[in-house]
Each structure stands twice: as structure tokens, then as C-alpha cells.
Design a protein around this ligand. Structure first.
Ligand code: GDP
Ligand code: MG
Length: 359
């Protein structure tokens, strides 16, 4: 689950509607938040289904959460958002770039660069408070710790002190920490600036035709490790998303609005999360899956079915684009493109994976 966040009136709900095509279902009223599930558009999957004659096509699905304001007065997380954000993979951070006199901006002028900074500093303040509390607690523990326990506590103090420094320098933690061990050590603390982020620039409908160049401009300033930047005219797209496809594409060409940006935005989100997509074709079903980059195939098999992981023998793997070029598995075999891989093989973007296992 990924959460849509941002300053008030930046267009969070509009982005949610644009991405979920208005299919978002209101969640439990008490939480005042919306969840919606969106199928990741995937041309490769569609073509694979055509090639294999699959009757059932299962897309990768992304669950999105439309949260009310994250922070209450005084800059602390509201209890609802604390709970929601704890379960969240990435933060989809909506940044207002649209101009509208009847929708006042809480900070005055429309200034996306300032808003990115403002929101990042809200995240940083939250994280600094978390880190301070944790450091105080370790300090107490350390006083009565046995020598054998001191080591790990001291390592944690070192790591947290370094995080504090990064935050005081004004950089979100996601851009600074890459070591898997350190990320794991911090994973239980709910540090917001450590979560992967997609900045979604919410642009004027009149700018929709220029979205790629606007996106590139902001990317040059804000893209960082595990931070991606996308642009969308959210209000326009949320309205187009509710039209029948033919009508929507007619409007698109009239407005010069290009193709639907939904696939692109979801790809950026996947890239921020550092996920790779692989495919399976079993019986008459073709299906897309995602796993973190670097996942061994035996673990990926466990996503499909726990039996496949437990009884894993080997995997037959072929690159999807290559398979589509060659036209059939038999032809791929003849060209030596169908490989046999063992447990530790790292799943690659676009792999079609057939797992052989015993039960
Ligand atoms: N013109 C224009 N108005 C927008 C856009 N996105 C949102 N709005 C308007 O701005 C107001 C706030 O949007 P909303 O999505 O509710 O913001 P939220 O508070 O971040 O969820 C609403 O009146 C929207 O119609 C946009 O891309 N263009
Ligand atoms: Mg809203």
C-alpha cells in the first residue's frame, strides 16, 4: 500500500481519482481515508497473453491510500495517519503547481520548489522527534546494560546520530542511507523521510501538453536515490478517467493532452520502490508480479505459492521481450534463449518465469 500525501489543497484527492479512475472505495468512515486499487497498465503482459492464448490476464495491482492531512497542529502526526503510514510502502507526495484563484494556497503564492522543501521539512521534523526519543531511551538502557549488550546499542546510537545529522543538513533519509543492514535496523521506527517517495507535480490543465518538459525540469532539482518525480494534470485526468475511453481520447487530442499519464506515474512509483516485474503463464492465466530488485528466484516463487518456494527445484526463465520477438517458447528454445536457473538466480525486469517444484 502506498499513501498519497502532501500539503493541504495540493490536489491529493484529485491525484487519487486520476490514478484509480474514480474506482477508489471509501474506507471505514471513522478513518476518513480512501483506498483504491489500480491495475498497473502493462503492454508486455497483454502481448504475452496474446502469444500464449491466455484467457485470464492478471495485472500487478497497486493499492493507494488517500490520506487526510498527515500532520495536526503542532506538526505531530495525527493518530489515524500514524497508523496508516506505518503500513505504507512509498509516499506519493503531491505538489501543487496548478493556479486557481478560488483555491487559496495555504502558503501564499504557488511555488512547487518551496512546497517540496516545506513538506520534506515536516517529514524531517517528525523523524527528528522519533530519533530523539529513541536516543533518550537507549541512553537509559545503556546505563544498566551488560557489556555483551553494549555493542549493539552503541552501534544504534551511532546510526541514529548520523541520521540526525543528515536531517539537520536538510536531506531526507531515503537519499542518504543505502546499506541494507542499516535500513533493516531502522525499519521499525516509522521514519517518514526514509520511505521511498514519488513527487507528483500537479500541473495546470493548460500545461498538460508540456508535462514531460515540466517533469524534466523538476527532476533535475529533486530526483535523488529512491526519489522520483512525475507530472500530471490531476483534475483534468480525474475527469477524463471517468469518461468512456473513446470520448476521453477525443478530448485528449482536442486538448493536445497526450496519452494517459497513469501508466507512466505508476512506473515511476515502481522505480522509487525499486521493484522489478516478472511474469508467469500457467494454464490459461498470464500474470504480472513485482518483487524488490535483487530478489532470488526461489523467494519470488514464494510470492506465487509457498509450495513453490519450499519444493523449488529450478526455474526456466526467458526475457519477455525476446519471447515476443521470437513468437513462441519452442522458437525461443531453438535459439537457446530459454535458460535454466537455480535458487539463487536474481529475478530480472521482464523475466517470464516457470518454476519447477515438487510438493
Ligand atoms: N485547476 C485545477 N484545480 C485542481 C487541480 N487539482 C486539484 N484542484 C482543485 O483544488 C481543490 C483541492 O483539491 P483536492 O484534490 O481536494 O486537494 P487535497 O486537499 O490535497 O485532497 C479542489 O477544488 C480541486 O478541484 C488541478 O490539477 N487543476
Ligand atoms: Mg483530499
Amino acid at each position: 500500500m502506498d499513501a498519497i500525501v502532501g500539503l493541504a489543497l495540493s490536489g491529493k484527492t484529485a491525484v487519487f481519482r486520476a490514478l484509480t479512475s474514480g474506482h477508489g472505495s471509501p474506507n471505514s468512515a471513522s478513518r476518513a481515508q480512501h483506498v483504491g486499487v489500480v491495475k498497473q497498465p502493462d503492454e508486455r503482459l497483454e502481448n504475452l497473453a496474446l502469444l500464449t492464448g491466455a484467457r485470464k490476464v492478471t495485472h500487478h495491482e497497486v493499492a493507494l491510500l488517500d490520506l487526510p492531512a498527515l500532520f495536526g497542529p503542532g506538526g505531530t502526526l495525527t493518530p489515524d495517519s500514524r497508523e496508516a503510514v506505518a503500513e505504507t510502502g512509498a509516499l506519493v507526495q503531491v505538489v501543487r503547481a496548478f493556479h486557481r484563484d478560488d483555491v487559496p494556497h495555504p502558503l501564499g503564492e504557488v511555488d512547487p520548489d518551496r512546497d517540496v522543501k516545506a513538506f520534506e521539512s515536516e517529514l524531517a521534523l517528525n523523524d527528528l522527534a522519533v530519533i530523539e526519543r529513541r536516543l533518550e531511551r537507549i541512553d537509559v538502557v545503556l546505563r544498566s546494560a551488560r557489556p555483551a549488550e553494549r555493542d549493539s546499542h552503541e552501534r544504534e546510537v551511532e546510526l541514529l546520530t548520523r541520521c540526525r545529522l543528515y536531517l539537520e543538513e536538510g536531506t531526507p533519509l531515503r537519499g542518504r542511507l543505502t546499506d541494507a543492514g542499516e535500513l533493516k535496523a531502522l525499519s521499525g521506527f516509522g521514519l517518514l523521510s526514509l520511505k521511498p517517495a514519488l513527487l507528483v507535480l500537479n500541473i495546470d490543465e493548460g500545461e498538460a501538453a508540456r508535462s514531460a518538459s515540466l517533469e524534466a525540469d523538476y527532476r533535475s532539482r529533486h530526483q535523488a536515490p529512491r526519489t522520483r518525480v512525475g507530472a500530471i494534470a490531476a483534475k483534468l485526468e480525474s475527469e477524463l478517467a471517468e469518461l468512456p475511453p473513446e470520448e476521453a481520447s477525443e478530448f485528449r487530442s482536442e486538448l493536445g493532452a497526450g496519452e494517459s499519464p497513469v501508466a507512466h506515474i505508476l512506473e515511476l512509483l515502481q522505480s522509487a520502490l525499486d521493484l522489478v516485474t516478472f511474469y508467469t503463464t500457467v494454464g490459461d492465466e498470464c500474470r504480472a508480479w513485482t518483487v524488490p530488485a535483487g530478489t532470488p528466484v526461489v523467494q519470488a516463487a514464494g510470492r506465487i505459492h509457498t509450495d513453490m518456494q519450499r519444493g523449488f527445484i529450478r526455474a526456466e526463465v526467458i526475457n519477455c521481450d525476446r519471447l515476443l520477438e521470437l513468437g513462441s517458447v519452442a522458437e525461443a528454445k531453438r535459439h537457446g534463449e530459454l535458460r535454466t536457473e537455480g535458487k539463487q538466480y536474481t529475478v530480472q525486469e521482464g523475466d517470464v518465469v516457470h518454476v519447477l517444484f515438487h510438493v
